[in-house]
Design a protein around this ligand. Sequence first.
Ligand code: UDP
Length: 501
Amino acid sequence: MCKERRERERERSVEMEEVRLVFIPAPGSGHLVSTLQFAKRLIDREERISITILAIQSAFPTTLSSYAKSVAASEPKIQLLDVPKPQPEHPPAQDSFKSPAKSFSLYIESHLPNVKKIVTSLVSSSHASKSLDSIRVAGLVVDFFCVSMVDVAKELHLPTYLFMTSSAGYLALMLHLPIRHKHNEVEPKDSDPEWLIPGIVHPVPPRVLPVALTDGSYSAYVKVASRFREARGIIANTFVELETYAINSFFHDGQTPPVYPVGPVIDLEDCQAHSNLEQAQRDKIIRWLDDQPQSSVVFLCFGSMGSFGAEQVKEIAVGLEHSGQRFLWALRMPPPKGKGMMPIDCPNLEEVLPDGFLERTNGKGLICGWAPQVEVLAHKATGGFVSHCGWNSILESLWHGVPIVTWPMYAEQQLNAFRMVKELGLALEMRLDYKKGGGEVVRADEIERAVVAVMDKESEVRKKVKEMGEMTRKAVKDGGSSFASVGRFIEDVIGNNCGSN
Ligand code: UDP
């Protein structure tokens, strides 16, 4: 392109209007990290976009707000505003532990009036100052769990874009849920026939449906799902090459808003680890990995909420020892009664592990609490991953070409595990329907077999995961499918001056 033309284009783009997007992430690490990383990606890509993040505090103590602060501090075009807790404070629901999805969505809804106040003031300040630096609010980008915020957007004549932090397969399920509910209003039972879900290749056994559909959260969940189609667009943390079948299904049903597959959106710098871990602990883990042979370590990690009781911990230890593999194990246990829901690091390893385990595995295995997962998966010593199949963990492991063996625990992880094994052939099966808190104990011999299988250097799954790893990187590069989707999303945002839909 000649210099003059470039200059003219630059001048034109500077003249063009800037817009502000208001992001409302859900306060959970699996939600917040990808939403904020997407915000960063937009800023990097389009200089006319500024972003205001409305931070709803987690109901439980976490380090999420320090993560959000660090992201905002590193980007002048990202502004972070705390949403005040509702007064009187939303009381923790009696069934917080029994039906976490229900209490989570009620908790978020309780912030609606305060969100409305903030967005109204952002909109009116942009109207009031018709000066050069006025920035039009072009829409809300809300986590799918915050879909109730559509009401705020509608009142202010703004469009809402949903941000799906999970898979296109899960989106297919959510879009199907209200349709099924019209014919059958009862929550599913494990003994029901398999579900035929447009966008998911294989009929889905009810035992792998999200735990929320059977734990007392059913109606809250249907309520959330029934609003998805009110969005102007749905941004999904996935990519066409990974979930071709599901993504194509959205283009053909004639009812779903445009879907923008923009993933993988992951935090490759692992800032989350820095806010959750002492530097010394992180260094210890990475130094230990540095001393291990290439692809020799199996990594066990179960997400932000995964934990096991003492009996299960012993079985894992025996399984690992018998497998003969080197291991890095992020071991977290349920909190003591009355101390919230967040898992804790094991207070006394000697007490819960089999006698002599630590001595026998000294040098061969390392146990930690919170792990710097992205860095661990990126490390050349890591060869396999026993994972709870949270969607971020799946994307991170694909990115780094590390195969997973499935041990789902909560949320939609059973569905993720089912599809990764049966539909996509990108994971090895240990369990598909294990549920945290269900009282089941997986025995050591099964764990041993799973660990040996995932460390097999010649497995078909390993080859496929490596190939998919290359595709993940291509998808987000200039010319890739997700890069193009981000471009389409930006065009829609910049071009839309037409109020809510
Ligand atoms: N994570 C981590 N260290 C841990 C546990 C989790 O860094 O010990 C990170 C992991 O890399 C991922 C996120 O926390 O980015 C978990 O998200 P995912 O969707 O996999 O599961 P969730 O926590 O939402 O169940």
